[in-house]
Design a binder for this molecule. Structure first.
Ligand code: BTN
Length: 241
C-alpha cells in the first residue's frame, strides 16, 4: 500500500493534520515530535511532550459504510498490540474499547474520528494512535499511566522503528477488517481483555457486574444480577470497581 508520510516537528494534533490533508491525498499519515493540542477520547487532552512519545495518525478509507465501522477501533487496538509483539512484548492488555495497558497502567490510546462518507458506501476515517514511549513524568495525566520504556527498560524503543511497525500492522488490519469485519479480531481482542472476570461498574454507578468479553460487534458484555448486559462504546464507559 502507498502512503503519504509526513514527519513534523510540531503540530496541533496529528488527527487534525491528517483531516486537513485528506482532501489532497487518499492515504495521508502524519507523525509529530510534539502536539500542542493532542486530543483523547471523550474530549480529553492527550499529554504530548516533545521528543518522547509516538503521535501518529492515518487517514483511512474503509469500504462498507458507517455500519461497518463498529469494531474498527477495537481491531486497531489488536493491530497496535501485535506491532509491539515485534519488539518482544507479548503481554499488552486492552481495556475496552481501545486503551493499551501494561500491567494496571495505560500507556497508549486510539482515537478514531469519522471524516466523512464517500460515494458508494465507503467512509473516510482518521485513526490516531498515541503511545507513551519514553515519557517519565507527565503533568496533568488524570489516571495511572506508564510508558513502554518505564515498563520494559532497555534499548529497544526506537520511535521510528516503532512507527514503521505500527503503520504496517494497522494497514494489514484494515485489509483484514474490510474482508472479514470485526469477527476476525474478536478472539485476539479477548485474549488481551483486562476486564474479563473483573468486577466492573459503569460510569455513573448504575450498573455493576463481571466482565465476560465482547460480542461480534465489539460491544462489551457485563454479567449483572439482571442478566448479561451489552454496553456500546461511546454510550457508557466501564471501569474496574
Ligand atoms: C485516548 O485514549 O483517549 C485516545 C488518545 C489518542 C491520542 C493520539 S496521539 C496521536 C493522535 N492525535 C491526537 O490528537 N490524538 C491521537
Amino acid at each position: 500500500a502507498r502512503i503519504d508520510l509526513a514527519v513534523l516537528d510540531e503540530v496541533d494534533s496529528t488527527n487534525a493534520e491528517v483531516a486537513r490533508r485528506m482532501t489532497a491525498s487518499s492515504s495521508p499519515v502524519v507523525i509529530a515530535d510534539r502536539q500542542t493540542s493532542g486530543r483523547g477520547r471523550r474530549g480529553r487532552n492527550w499529554a504530548s511532550p516533545k521528543g518522547q512519545n509516538l503521535y501518529l495518525s492515518l487517514g483511512l478509507t474503509i469500504k462498507g459504510g458507517f455500519s461497518a465501522l463498529d469494531g474498527l477501533s477495537l481491531a486497531l487496538g489488536v493491530a497496535v498490540a501485535d506491532a509491539l509483539g515485534q519488539s518482544g512484548i507479548s503481554d499488552i492488555g486492552l481495556k475496552w474499547p481501545n486503551d493499551l495497558f501494561a500491567g494496571q497502567k495505560k500507556f497508549g490510546g486510539i482515537l478514531v474520528e469519522i471524516q466523512g462518507e464517500l460515494q458508494e458506501g465507503s467512509v473516510q476515517v482518521i485513526a490516531g494512535i498515541g503511545l507513551n514511549v519514553h515519557m517519565s513524568e507527565a503533568g496533568g495525566v488524570d489516571q495511572p499511566w506508564t510508558s513502554l520504556a518505564l515498563r520494559w527498560p532497555g534499548e529497544r524503543w526506537v520511535r521510528n522503528q516503532l512507527a514503521g511497525r505500527v503503520i504496517r500492522h494497522v494497514l494489514m488490519a484494515v485489509d483484514e477488517f474490510e474482508a472479514g469485519g470485526f469477527l476476525c479480531f474478536r478472539d485476539r481482542w479477548q485474549q488481551r481483555d483486562i476486564f474479563r472476570g473483573r468486577s466492573l461498574v459503569a460510569r455513573g454507578g448504575d450498573m455493576t457486574g463481571y466482565g465476560v468479553g465482547i460480542d461480534e460487534c465489539g460491544n462489551y458484555l457485563v454479567d449483572t444480577a439482571e442478566g448479561v448486559m451489552s454496553v456500546r462504546a461511546g454510550d457508557i464507559s466501564l471501569r474496574i470497581s
